[in-house]
Design a binder for this molecule. Structure first.
Ligand SMILES: Nc1ncnc2c1ncn2[C@@H]1O[C@H](COP(=O)(O)OP(=O)(O)OP(=O)(O)O)[C@@H](O)[C@H]1O
Length: 227
């Protein structure tokens, strides 16, 4: 078997000094789509934050896209995040500039210089999420589902191997959630690995994938019927 794109071994997840999850063992292979489910406060976001370096891995071992989470230094975090695409529940678009400039901002911040290459990349990611005609729009002129699609496009800018999506449909109505989920499914089919935290059980029944549950300070795999 190849090296996992993401693993945790005997890991404990903390918020400050409070233990949120203990003895977490996790192995995710390239190309998988994984759900992390669990009630509010069960630790889904804390787990995701540990994976993108927002919370320190204080106990246990962990690796993600060739970075050692245990040894991760503050100055390495931006480089880790360039290899990840991160999608949040609340989109986090910059409201003072249009869609294209939101994407341009990220490209420039991550070292892109060539204007034509940046333009082509922006078109490519907008095309992928079906938003290529909306580049001139301001974020507040878009619906929630459209804003999330732009946020997904933004996550794709640096060709990440792995996408971490924390409740990406949490602010969306059921129909819009399905639209956004279809976009994530397409991205998965193109070969990307996706880890998605959600408490939307309707979605995971409609789009079944390996599912891990946070409960009682533990993370364990569940079969769909018991979800
Ligand atoms: N910044 C913080 N400081 C201290 N404790 C926190 C912080 N953020 C979360 N917690 C606590 O950590 C635990 C896990 O929270 P977390 O946000 O990971 O849960 P969650 O499963 O993502 O919940 P939700 O579905 O509501 O987002 C909770 O008990 C929460 O109160």
């Amino acid at each position: 078997m190849q090296n996992p794109i993401l693993f945790l071994k005997n890991a404990s997840i903390f918020q400050r000094d409070n233990l949120v999850l203990s003895d977490v063992d996790l192995d995710i292979q390239n190309g998988e789509f994984i759900y992390i489910i669990g009630k509010t406060g069960s630790g889904k976001s804390s787990l995701m934050k540990t994976l993108y370096g927002d919370l320190e891995l204080k106990k246990g071992e962990g690796g993600i896209v060739d970075f050692d989470l245990k040894k991760l230094k503050e100055k390495e975090i931006p480089f880790l995040r360039r290899k990840l695409g991160i999608v949040f529940q609340d989109f986090k678009l910059l409201n003072d500039r249009n869609v294209e400039d939101n994407l341009l901002f990220v490209l420039k911040a991550t070292g892109w210089k060539d204007k034509e290459a940046m333009k082509a990349k922006i078109n490519e990611v907008l095309e992928k999420v079906g938003m290529h005609t909306k580049g001139f729009k301001m974020p507040f002129e878009l619906s929630g589902g459209e804003q999330q699609r732009i946020a997904i496009a933004r996550a794709l800018l640096n060709d990440p191997e792995l996408i971490l999506a924390d409740e990406p449909t949490g602010n969306l109505d059921p129909r819009t959630s399905v639209e956004v989920m279809n976009v994530l499914e397409e991205i998965h089919k193109s070969g990307k690995t996706i880890v998605m935290a959600t408490h939307d059980y309707a979605l995971i029944l409609k789009y079944p994938h390996r599912t891990l549950k946070c409960e009682g300070e533990e993370l364990f795999e569940v079969v769909q019927q018991k979800v």
